[in-house]
Design a protein around this ligand. Structure first.
Ligand code: ATP
Length: 223
C-alpha cells in the first residue's frame, strides 16, 4: 500500500500555548509518523476578549515562538485569518484543499473529545478525517471510550508506544486512543499563576514566558 501524507491538526485556544500542548503534539507526531502537525489557534470574537483571553495576534505569536525549534510542528493561522466562529468542519475542508490526498488526523485531548457531539456537523467531521484522542492528567482512555456515541465506540483502536501504524491500519480504523506522558499543566493554571505573580518557568517554553512578561498578558482578570 502506498504511503499517503499524514497531517495532524491540533486545534485549541492556546491561551497561552504551554509545554503540555507541545509535548503531546510531539509525542503523537512521532508515534503516528505524521509528516507534520498543524497548530490551529481558534479565533475568538473581539467582544469576548478580556484580560483573560489574549488577542488572536498574541496567541498566534506565542504559538510561533513555542514551535520555533520544531520543524514538523507548524503554526497555522487558518482559523484566526478566517475570523468569526471557528468550525472544525470548515477548517478541515480548507486543510484538505491545502494537502490533497493526505490523511488528515484531528488530534485532541479526551476532555475535548467528550464534547464532540456539540460540534457543528460532528458526524460528518468523524466521517471525513481520522481522530487521535490523547489522555491528559485526570482523563483516562476508558472514560474517553465510554463517552463516545455508541455506534463509534466499537471502532476505537487503542495505540500504545509499541503499536506499528501501518497504512492498512489507517484504512480500517478511524478513531485512535493513545496515552501520552502527562505534563500536568493547563492554560488556566498559567493564567492564574501570572495573575498571582507566580513563576511559569518550565510550564511554557522560555520565549513564551518572555513574551507574556513583555506584553503584560494575563495580569488582571477584569475586562
Ligand atoms: P484551558 O485551561 O484554558 O481550558 P487548555 O490548557 O485545556 O486550556 P486548550 O487550548 O483548550 O488548552 O487545549 C487544546 C488541546 O490541547 C485540547 O485538545 C486539550 O485537550 C489539549 N491539552 C491541553 N492541555 C494538555 C496537556 N497538559 N497535555 C495534553 N494535552 C493537553
Amino acid at each position: 500500500m502506498t504511503r499517503k501524507e499524514r497531517i495532524g491538526v491540533f486545534g485549541g485556544t492556546f491561551n497561552p500555548i504551554h509545554t503540555g500542548h507541545v509535548r503531546a503534539a510531539a509525542e503523537v507526531r512521532a508515534r503516528f509518523s505524521l509528516d507534520r502537525v498543524l497548530f490551529v489557534p481558534s479565533f475568538i470574537p473581539p467582544h469576548k476578549e478580556t484580560a483573560e483571553i489574549a488577542s488572536p495576534g498574541d496567541r498566534m505569536a506565542m504559538v510561533k515562538l513555542a514551535l520555533r525549534r520544531f520543524r514538523r510542528l507548524v503554526p497555522s493561522p487558518i482559523e484566526i485569518e478566517a475570523g468569526g466562529t471557528s468550525y472544525s468542519i470548515i477548517t478541515l475542508g480548507k486543510i484538505r484543499r491545502l494537502y490533497p490526498g493526505a490523511r488528515i488526523f484531528f488530534i485532541l485531548g479526551a476532555d475535548a473529545f467528550r464534547e464532540i457531539e456539540t460540534w457543528r456537523e460532528w458526524r460528518r467531521v468523524l466521517e471525513r478525517c481520522l481522530f487521535i484522542v490523547t489522555t491528559r492528567p485526570g482523563s483516562r482512555l476508558a472514560v474517553a471510550r465510554a463517552a463516545l456515541p455508541p455506534e463509534y465506540r466499537r471502532g476505537v483502536f487503542e495505540v500504545t508506544p509499541a503499536t506499528r501504524i501501518r497504512e492498512e491500519l489507517l484504512s480500517s480504523q478511524r478513531i485512535f486512543l493513545t496515552p501520552i506522558s502527562a505534563v500536568d499543566v493547563s492554560s488556566t493554571e498559567i493564567r492564574s499563576r501570572v495573575r498571582r505573580g507566580a513563576p511559569i518557568r518550565g510550564l511554557v517554553p522560555a520565549p513564551v514566558a518572555r513574551y507574556i512578561a513583555e506584553r503584560g498578558l494575563y495580569r488582571t482578570r477584569t475586562s
